[in-house]
Design a binder for this molecule. Structure first.
Ligand code: VGL
Ligand code: ZN
Length: 208
C-alpha cells in the first residue's frame, strides 16, 4: 500500500511567510494534482511553542542562521515560525486539505527541534507516524513538501531507516538554501541513503 506524505506545507514556509522557502508555493498545485492518486494521504505540521529554542529570538544576542549547541545537538537558529495556532502554522489555503486523513505535529517540545515527521532530532521521541503507516499496511511512502534540505530530507531518511520503500517527488519539493547548494546536496544525501528521486510526471505515468 502506498501513502502520500505532505511535509510542512504551511504558510510560514511559503513566500511572504516567516521562514519562506523560495518558490515554496509552486509545490501546492502539483500536490493537489497528486492527491487523487492515493488512498492514504498524511501530513506533517511544524508546530512550535512560542518559546521554542530553535528560534533565534529565544537566545540573547543570537542571529537567525547562527548554529548553536542545543542540549548536545547542532541547531540552526530560525526566525519565529509555525507557532502553534498561528496563521503561519496553518496549511496553505490553496492546499486541498480535505484529502488529508491524518496530521502528525512535530517540534512541540521547546527543548528539541524535529525536522523529521517520524522522530525528533535526537531520535528520542516518536510522533506515531511510523506506527500509523504500519497499522494501515503502508509499505511505500511518497514524499512532497517543504523544505527539501530540512524536513523533507530528515523525513525521507527516517522513512528508509524504518524500512519503507521511499520516494521523494523532487518537483513537488523546494529548498530553503541557506547555502546555495543545500537542496542539491540534500537530494544526493537522500539518494545515497536509498531514497528514490522521481518526478510528479513519473508518478502519474506509473500509478493507476
Ligand atoms: C523546517 C526549518 C525549521 C522545515 C522546519 O519544514 O523544513 N525547516 N523548521
Ligand atoms: Zn520549525
Amino acid at each position: 500500500m502506498k501513502a502520500l506524505l505532505l511535509v510542512d506545507i504551511q504558510n510560514d514556509f511559503l513566500p511572504g511567510g516567516a521562514l519562506e522557502v523560495p518558490s515554496g508555493d509552486a509545490v501546492v498545485p502539483l500536490v493537489n494534482e497528486l492527491l487523487p492518486l492515493f488512498s492514504q494521504v498524511v501530513a506533517t505540521q511544524d508546530w512550535h511553542p512560542a518559546q521554542h529554542l530553535s528560534f533565534a529570538s529565544n537566545h540573547a544576542g543570537a542571529k537567525i542562521g547562527d548554529v548553536i549547541d542545543l542540549n548536545g545537538l547542532e541547531q540552526v537558529l530560525w526566525p519565529d515560525h509555525c507557532v502553534q495556532h498561528s496563521k503561519g502554522a496553518a496549511f496553505s489555503d490553496d492546499l486541498n486539505v480535505d484529502a488529508i486523513q491524518m496530521v502528525f505535529q512535530k517540534g512541540t517540545d521547546m527543548n528539541i527541534d524535529s525536522y523529521s515527521g517520524f522522530f525528533d532530532n535526537g531520535h528520542t521521541k516518536d510522533t506515531g507516524l511510523g506506527d500509523y503507516f504500519h497499522s494501515q499496511g503502508i509499505t511505500e511512502v511518497f514524499i512532497v513538501g517543504l523544505a527539501t534540505d530540512y524536513c523533507v530530507k530528515f523525513t525521507a531518511l527516517d522513512a528508509v531507516k524504518l524500512g519503507f520503500n521511499t520516494a521523494v517527488i523532487t518537483d513537488a519539493t523546494r529548498a530553503v538554501n541557506l547555502h546555495p547548494q543545500d537542496g542539491e546536496i540534500a537530494l544526493k544525501d537522500m539518494q545515497q541513503a536509498g531514497v528514490r528521486l522521481i518526478t510528479s510526471a513519473d508518478l502519474k505515468s506509473t500509478i493507476n
